[in-house]
Design a protein around this ligand. Structure first.
Ligand code: ASP
Length: 631
C-alpha cells in the first residue's frame, strides 16, 4: 500500500478510534480558520470527517490554510475526541476529529464553477449549470444518496426476481422498430447503406419471443429509447423493469408485481405497503376521476349531472348536450367557496383557464352559501332541480360546484385536471418530502436550541408512512382508441395486447371495435403511471386481424412483423407481462418530481446532454460511410 493511501474512509471514524493514527483520502469541502486552528471538512462518498491543523506545527498550519475547496488530499493524523460542545449529532463521525500530522495534496484545482456544499438554506446553482458540470454536481451528498437508493432498488428487484425463478436475459439495442406509440431513434447501417436499425422503445417483441422459446419467467432492467417531447417526468432514454411470464393470467402478473412493489418499498424506504392494491376499471377511472392514472390520495369525485342540466334552462349546457356523446359533469369542491373569489371563477380567471387548457369551452360554477345556491347560472335551475343537484353532489354550505359541458373526452380531461389543480391548491394531500422538509426544519431547531444549552440532541430522521403512497391498478382498458387525425383505430396499449375472451366476437365487425376491451393493466402510484402491461395475443390469426384493424395490409404486416407471425405459429404459449418505469419509481422513492434528479447523466428538457454537448455534428467522412446526406 502506498504511503498516501487511506486506512479509513471519511465516514468511518468513531470514538473507539481515538488515539489511532489514520490516513484519510478525500475532497476538501470547506475550510475555516479560527486564530490558531484551521478546520477542514474532508469528504468522500462515505461521509465527512473534520480535520484540524494546529498552529504549533507552523509549516503544516500554513499549508492547511492554503487548501482550496475540492482539492483532493491525503491526510495522516491522530484521531481525537472533539471538545465538549463541539460534537455534531448530524454526522456519523461527529464525536471525533483528526489532528493533521502529514498533508499530501494529490491534486489541486482552481476555483470551480459552483460549490457542492448543501447548507440548509443554500440555493442550488441553476440546473443547466449543474448539468453542464454534472461530474461536480454528482459530488453532492443528496445526489449520492439518491444514486445509492437507486442501486438498492435495482438490487432488491434482482434479488426478488431471482428468488421467484425469473431469468435476466439481455435483448438487443440494435433492432427493428417495435411500435410502442412513440417515435424511434434510428441508427444508419454502414454495411447496408440506406437501411436503419431502430433503438428499442422497449424489449416487447424479444420478450414475447423468449416466451415462445420456453424461457417462461423473464426479466430485464432494460434501457428504452423514445424520441418524444420531454416533460418533467420523462427522458429520451429511460430504464424499465421489463417482465414476461408464460402460462399466466392477469391475476398472476398482478400478484407478482404487488409483492415486488411491497418488497421495494420496505427495503428501500422502510414503508410497509398493504396489498392487494385497490382496482378501478378504465371506465370507472375516467368517469369518476377524469384520468386513467388518477391520484386517489384525495376525493373530489366527478359526478354526472347531464339529466339535471338537460331539464334546466341553461342554454349553453343544453346546446352542448345536443352533440352525440356530450355530457355535463361536476365536481363538488368541498368547503372551497371561500377559497376561490368570483374573479378567480370568471372567464379568464384561474379555474376557467385550467378547463380551457384542456379544450373545454368554459367552466360554470355555483356556490352554496347560507342555505342557498348562488352564482350566475343558479337562475337557470328550478328549486326542484337545485334540490336534485344538492342531493347528487352532497352539497353543504361553503361548497363550490364546478361544471363542464362538452364531449365526454373533453369533460374528462378538463375535470380530471381540475381535480389535481384543486387538490394542490386546497392542500388535500401532502407529499411526503414536504412533510420531511418541515420535520427536518423542526429537528434542526431542536439541535440548535440544545447547542445553546450546551447539550446534544440527535435529530430523529423522518420516516415516510404507508398513507403517503397510493397504489392502484387500472384495468379493462378499451382495446382500440379512435385516432381523429388519421381517421382510424389505434391500439390503446400496443398491438400485441390480447382482447378479452368475451369480446373476441366483436373483433370481426368494424363497427363493434369500440366495444372490444383489452387484457391490459396499468399500475398507478400517486397519480403517476408507474407500470403497464398486458396478457398478449398468442394466436397468429388474432394477431393478423389486429394488424389489419390497425391499418396494416397483410403484405405490410408480413414485411414488418413476419418473424412474430411465424413465431406465433411455432408453438406459442399463452403469456403476458408488464414493465415498470424504474426512473419514475426512483423519483417517487427519492421524494422529487424531477426525473433528472435520479439519473446520473440525464439529458435536459430539450434532449441534449449539456456536459458532452451531444447530439453533435459528425465528420463528413463518417456520413459518407453511412450513406447519409444532410439537408
Ligand atoms: N412494452 C410495454 C411498454 O414498454 C410494457 C409491456 O406491455 O410489458 O410500455
Amino acid at each position: 500500500m502506498a504511503e498516501w493511501q487511506r486506512t479509513h474512509t471519511c465516514g468511518q471514524l468513531r470514538t473507539e478510534h481515538v488515539g489511532q493514527t489514520v490516513t484519510l483520502n478525500g475532497w476538501v469541502l470547506i475550510t475555516r480558520t479560527y486564530g490558531n486552528q484551521v478546520f477542514v471538512d474532508l469528504r468522500d462518498r462515505y461521509g465527512l470527517t473534520q480535520v484540524v491543523f494546529e498552529a504549533d506545527a507552523a509549516d503544516l498550519f500554513k499549508e492547511g490554510k492554503e487548501l482550496g475547496r475540492e482539492w483532493v488530499v491525503s491526510i495522516t493524523g491522530l484521531v481525537r475526541n472533539r471538545l465538549p460542545g463541539a460534537e455534531r449529532t448530524d454526522i456519523a463521525t461527529g464525536t471525533v476529529e483528526v489532528e493533521a500530522k502529514v498533508l499530501r495534496v494529490l491534486n489541486a484545482c482552481p476555483q470551480l464553477p459552483f460549490s457542492v456544499t448543501e447548507f440548509p438554506d443554500e440555493e442550488l446553482p441553476n440546473e443547466d449549470l449543474r448539468l453542464q458540470y454534472r461530474y461536480l454536481d454528482l459530488r453532492r451528498r443528496s445526489i449520492q444518496r439518491v444514486l445509492t437508493q437507486r442501486h438498492k432498488v435495482c438490487k432488491t428487484i434482482r434479488d426478488f426476481m431471482d428468488a421467484n425463478g425469473f431469468l435476466e436475459v439481455e435483448t438487443p439495442l440494435l433492432g427493428k422498430s417495435t411500435p410502442e406509440g412513440a417515435r424511434d431513434y434510428l441508427v444508419p447501417s454502414r454495411v447496408f447503406n440506406g437501411e436503419f436499425f431502430a433503438l428499442p422503445q422497449s424489449p416487447q417483441l424479444y420478450k414475447q419471443l423468449l416466451m415462445i422459446s420456453g424461457y417462461d419467467r423473464y426479466f430485464q432492467i432494460a434501457r428504452c429509447l423514445r424520441d418524444e417531447d420531454l416533460r418533467a417526468d420523462r427522458q429520451p432514454e429511460f430504464t424499465q423493469l421489463d417482465v414476461e411470464m408464460s402460462f399466466v393470467e392477469r391475476e398472476d402478473v398482478l400478484a407478482v408485481m404487488e409483492e415486488l412493489s411491497a418488497d421495494i418499498f420496505e427495503k428501500c424506504l422502510g414503508v410497509k405497503i398493504p396489498t392487494p392494491f385497490p382496482r378501478l376499471s378504465y371506465a370507472e377511472a375516467m368517469a369518476k376521476y377524469g384520468s386513467d392514472k388518477p391520484d386517489l390520495r384525495f376525493g373530489l369525485e366527478i359526478v354526472d349531472v347531464s339529466d339535471i342540466a338537460a331539464a334546466s334552462d341553461a342554454q349553453f349546457m343544453k346546446a352542448a348536450l345536443e352533440t352525440p356523446g356530450a355530457v355535463v359533469r361536476a365536481i363538488n369542491a368541498k368547503g372551497a367557496a371561500a377559497t376561490f373569489s368570483n374573479t378567480q371563477l370568471k372567464p379568464g380567471g384561474e379555474l376557467p383557464k385550467v378547463a380551457e387548457t384542456y379544450k373545454a369551452k368554459g367552466l360554470a360554477w355555483m356556490k352554496a352559501e347560507s342555505g342557498k345556491l348562488t352564482g350566475s347560472i343558479e337562475k337557470f335551475f328550478t328549486d326542484e332541480l337545485k334540490a336534485k343537484l344538492r342531493e347528487r353532489l352532497g352539497v353543504a354550505d361553503g361548497d363550490l360546484l364546478l361544471f363542464v359541458a362538452d364531449k365526454e373526452a373533453v369533460v374528462c380531461d378538463a375535470l380530471g385536471a381540475m381535480r389535481t389543480h384543486l387538490a394542490a391548491k386546497m392542500k388535500l394531500y401532502q407529499n411526503w418530502w414536504e412533510e420531511k422538509a418541515a420535520h427536518d426544519e423542526a429537528q434542526k431547531k431542536k439541535v440548535d436550541a440544545a447547542k445553546k444549552r450546551k447539550e446534544l440532541y440527535a435529530p430523529v430522521p423522518f420516516q415516510p408512512r404507508p398513507e403517503h403512497f397510493n397504489f392502484l391498478w387500472v384495468l379493462d382498458f378499451p382495446m382500440f382508441g379512435w385516432d381523429e387525425e388519421e381517421k382510424r383505430f389505434a391500439a390503446m396499449h400496443h398491438p400485441f395486447t390480447a382482447p378479452m375472451d368475451e369480446d373476441l366476437q366483436h373483433l370481426a365487425k368494424d363497427e363493434d371495435l369500440g366495444k372490444v376491451r383489452a387484457k391490459a393493466y396499468d399500475l398507478v402510484l400517486n397519480g403517476y403511471e408507474v407500470g403497464g402491461g398486458s396478457i398478449r395475443i398468442h394466436r397468429q390469426d388474432v394477431q393478423s386481424r389486429v394488424f389489419q384493424i390497425l391499418g396494416m395490409e397483410a403484405a405490410d404486416a408480413q414485411a414488418r412483423f413476419g418473424f412474430l407471425l411465424d413465431a406465433l405459429k411455432s408453438g406459442a404459449p399463452p403469456h403476458g407481462g408488464i414493465a415498470l418505469g424504474l426512473d419514475r419509481w426512483c423519483m417517487i422513492l427519492a421524494g422529487t418530481t424531477n426525473i433528472r434528479d435520479v439519473i446520473a447523466f440525464p439529458k435536459n428538457q430539450r434532449a441534449r446532454d449539456l456536459m458532452t454537448g451531444a447530439p453533435a455534428a459528425v465528420d463528413a467522412r463518417q456520413l459518407k460511410e453511412l450513406g447519409v446526406k444532410l439537408g
